[in-house]
Design a protein around this ligand. Structure first.
Ligand code: GTP
Ligand code: MG
Length: 136
């Protein structure tokens, strides 16, 4: 089956929402194929977010992602890449639809970067690249 990388970001772990987020992934019918708690290095995050290098939110994004532990999940299922993006909701928690992880649980703190609880790979190419980084 298709696979994707899901991250519970430091805000999700700190707010004790890991279980709730995993529950939603499993309730949708996706399999948790692998799971680990990670304290990532700056190098790993720089590779993960290489596409955003140079953008105004890049440094705040790395600082945020370095601020605590992250839960990395290898999830599998039919069309899981698109399906998890749908479960997560849009990037900004304020406008993310109710019913989504970010819409139901995300808060807009007015910070330099969106603390939006989760990451999900956005294409088959990203999923392959990101799974290799986080589950080396
Ligand atoms: P990920 O699943 O984390 O990759 O989120 P995404 O695909 O919805 O967003 P994207 O890849 O475009 O950006 C990565 C992360 O950078 C987002 O999740 C936010 O934390 C942050 N971010 C992206 N765009 C903006 C922005 O315009 N302003 C701010 N403040 N943060 C942003
Ligand atoms: Mg993205």
């Amino acid at each position: 089956a298709e696979e994707t990388l899901i991250l519970v970001k430091p805000d999700g772990v700190a707010r004790n929402l890991t279980g709730e987020i995993l529950r939603r992934i499993e309730a949708k019918g996706y399999q948790i194929a692998d799971l680990r708690m990670v304290t990532p290095s700056r190098e790993l995050l720089a590779e993960h977010y290489a596409e955003h290098e140079g953008k105004p939110f890049y440094e705040p994004l790395l600082e945020f992602m370095l601020s605590g532990r992250i839960v990395a999940v290898r999830a599998s299922g039919n069309r899981v890449i698109e399906g998890f993006r749908s479960l997560a909701g849009t990037t900004d928690p304020t406008t993310a639809a109710p019913g989504t992880i970010r819409g139901d649980l995300g808060r807009d703190w007015g910070l330099a970067v969106q603390q939006n609880l989760v990451h999900g790979s956005d294409s088959t190419e990203s999923a392959e690249r990101e799974l290799a980084l986080w589950f080396a």
